[in-house]
Design a protein around this ligand. Structure first.
Ligand SMILES: *[C@@H]1O[C@H](CO)[C@@H](O)[C@H](O)[C@H]1NC(C)=O
Ligand SMILES: *[C@@H]1O[C@H](CO)[C@@H](O)[C@H](O)[C@H]1NC(C)=O
Ligand SMILES: *[C@@H]1O[C@H](CO)[C@@H](O)[C@H](O)[C@H]1NC(C)=O
Ligand SMILES: *[C@@H]1O[C@H](CO)[C@@H](O)[C@H](O)[C@H]1NC(C)=O
Ligand SMILES: *[C@@H]1O[C@H](CO)[C@@H](O)[C@H](O)[C@H]1NC(C)=O
Ligand SMILES: *[C@@H]1O[C@H](CO)[C@@H](O)[C@H](O)[C@H]1NC(C)=O
Ligand SMILES: *[C@@H]1O[C@H](CO)[C@@H](O)[C@H](O)[C@H]1NC(C)=O
Ligand SMILES: *[C@@H]1O[C@H](CO)[C@@H](O)[C@H](O)[C@H]1NC(C)=O
Length: 496
């Protein structure tokens, strides 16, 4: 008889164990009962296996790799943290809006608050560091805010706060001063050789304090980002569930900041997340229920479950039913730094599709300064050309010019709208990337996405995140600083 090995084999299934238990408990001794029970057990096991296959394996056979990141089951993406949200901006010195118009706390104040509140740890992801006049070889009074931020950071290690910094390789001697001073103060700094690893740069900008507060946005660790460049970011306080997730992105940069690092594939389990565009984190922001997640670029730096930055943007555009407002510094549907030249129409296609298929109103607010690439114009003009009085395809493009005095014009790489955000009738997206192919394929960036769809009004009468960002966009769009692209007779932004 072969029943003995078969029996042990079957014993592995719990159902069978129960059958056997039942079998012995009732002292049924007859052999035919034994055979009968074995048969039943065999059938039950087969059924169980079939169910397992159906439940676990079969869906994977249907799902194409594109459909990843998959939903991780049994994950409770809820969080009871009393998260507070503050939209923050840098408005360049001397740039005045009409009174009674939207104004938000400054990034400078937000950073100061964050640094001063740090009790145990601070993590900073950064592109480059030039917080002082010395770094930029200038003598501008408006560098004092940046210099103060640096002084506050230098005090952190003495206070027992572990300060960790990841940064792209410095590209000029001036970009090394702050990092040297910080190292001497006791900060832990890792240079991430992203140019070698992905061919891009570490362009991400975020701050994490005590694992529960964060800032993310367009501002670099540069004094000009506080007083001479127009920037936008989000600060979230008392929100450890979200901030712990941002720290996973930081940890990935940190892991790549050692000599001869290589990008793991796949990333180890501890970098993976269950918060993504398909299963966002449910949280209250200022008492308003919201769904949020963080996206990351490039794909090689996305661990299991992380939504790629590009996929976040495309899904937000696709989801819009009324409007899509985009404010980015540069918009170029190409891989501008790649050779040979490569066209990259991903975002462009989705914008045109939204305008054509769903009659969504699309507005692009792009930055205009003397470093603006002339080859951006034909692409923008082509989008604007879809606008038509008969068919009502509505894509409108404006260029934003930060007003500049002769003295301000002498500050290098300043006086520009550096914002990188997207707001639709439903969702707010605050990111760190320019909108061209390289930023999504090779360069490291990240974004915070807030979805308050279905929430009629904020419960405590406060503005909703989406509405706040829409107000900022409309303020800029309707201001005298924005001009229709059709009013530019040449494909360039005049040196001012
Ligand atoms: C700061 O850290 C200390 C020691 O870890 C802790 O006892 C204290 O509660 C912390 N304070 C705040 C405000 O988090
Ligand atoms: C965060 O929580 C602490 C402790 O509950 C509170 O004192 C602080 O005001 C909160 N911060 C914000 C910005 O709401
Ligand atoms: C890094 O790689 C280079 C070249 O392969 C080698 O010479 C060097 O010793 C390595 N450094 C470390 C820290 O592993
Ligand atoms: C926003 O949330 C709604 C409701 O949960 C969902 O249907 C929609 O897909 C979300 N939009 C985006 C862009 O994630
Ligand atoms: C569309 O209509 C506006 C206002 O009626 C008019 O000024 C504009 O010239 C029209 N544009 C075209 C392309 O016909
Ligand atoms: C993109 O953004 C960076 C700073 O955020 C800027 O220096 C750069 O010139 C921008 N444009 C392009 C085309 O990369
Ligand atoms: C959320 O609360 C913070 C602090 O209480 C406040 O500064 C901020 O303006 C609020 N945000 C919104 C969107 O109302
Ligand atoms: C201020 O308002 C006037 C009238 O509405 C408008 O023409 C002007 O462009 C506005 N100025 C700014 C800076 O937005």
């Amino acid at each position: 008889m072969t029943s003995q090995p078969l029996y042990t084999q079957l014993k592995e299934s719990e159902e069978v164990e129960e059958q056997v238990l039942w079998f012995t408990q009732h002292h049924v001794s007859a052999r035919r009962y034994y055979r009968c029970a074995l048969l039943i057990a065999l059938l039950v096991t087969m059924l169980f296996c079939a169910m397992l296959f159906q439940l676990l394996i079969f869906p994977f056979l249907l799902v194409t790799p594109m459909a990843m990141p998959e939903v991780i089951p049994n994950q409770d993406n809820k969080c009871d943290d009393p998260c507070r949200w503050v939209l923050v901006e840098s408005i360049p010195e001397g740039m005045i809006y009409n009174e009674s118009i939207t104004s938000n706390p400054s990034i400078y104040q937000a950073w100061l608050n964050l640094i001063r509140s740090a009790n145990s740890s601070m993590d900073i992801a950064s592109f480059y560091w030039t917080l002082t006049n010395e770094d930029t070889e200038t003598s501008e009074p408006t560098a004092s805010q940046g210099e103060e931020i640096l002084q506050e950071l230098l005090r952190l290690p003495q206070r027992g706060v572990v300060l960790r910094i990841v940064v792209n390789p410095p590209s000029s001697p001036g970009q090394k001063n702050d990092l040297q001073a910080l190292t001497q103060s006791g900060a832990l700094i890792r240079v991430v050789e992203l140019p070698k690893l992905t061919g891009g740069v570490l362009h991400t900008k975020f701050l994490v304090v005590d694992g529960k507060h964060m800032f993310i946005g367009s501002a670099n660790m540069d004094w000009r980002s506080l007083t001479q460049v127009k920037e936008l970011g989000a600060t979230v306080y008392n929100c450890s569930c979200l901030v712990k997730d941002l720290q996973k992105i930081f940890q990935a940069y940190w892991a790549l900041g050692v000599p001869n690092a290589s990008i793991p594939s796949p990333w180890p389990e501890e970098y993976s997340t269950s918060y993504n565009k398909d299963t966002p984190l449910a949280v209250t922001l200022n008492s308003t229920s919201s769904q949020i997640y963080l996206s990351s670029a490039p794909p090689a730096l996305c661990a299991q479950g992380r939504t790629e930055d590009l996929q976040a943007i495309l899904s937000i555009i696709d989801d819009a039913r009324v409007f899509v407002y985009v404010a980015v510094m540069d918009y170029i549907p190409t891989m501008e730094f790649s050779h040979p030249k490569k066209y990259w129409p991903e975002i462009d296609d989705h914008l045109r599709k939204a305008a054509y298929e769903r009659k969504v109103h699309i507005r692009l607010l792009i930055s205009c300064w003397h470093h603006t690439e002339p080859f951006m114009f034909p692409f923008l003009r082509s989008l604007a050309a879809m606008r038509d009085n008969k068919t009502h395809y509505d894509i409108d493009v404006k260029l934003f010019i930060v007003p500049t005095t002769a003295a301000q014009a002498r500050i290098p790489y300043a006086r520009v709208n550096h914002n990188k955000y997207l707001v639709t009738d439903k969702v707010a997206y605050i990111g760190t990337s320019n909108w061209s192919g390289d930023y999504f394929v090779q360069t490291a960036g990240s974004a915070l996405i807030v979805n308050q769809t279905g929430v009629a009004t904020a419960s405590d009468g406060q503005a909703m995140v989406q509405k706040q960002l829409q107000d900022v966009f409309e303020r800029d769009w309707n201001s005298e600083y924005s001009r229709e692209i059709s009013s530019f007779s040449q494909n360039k932004c005049k040196a001012r």
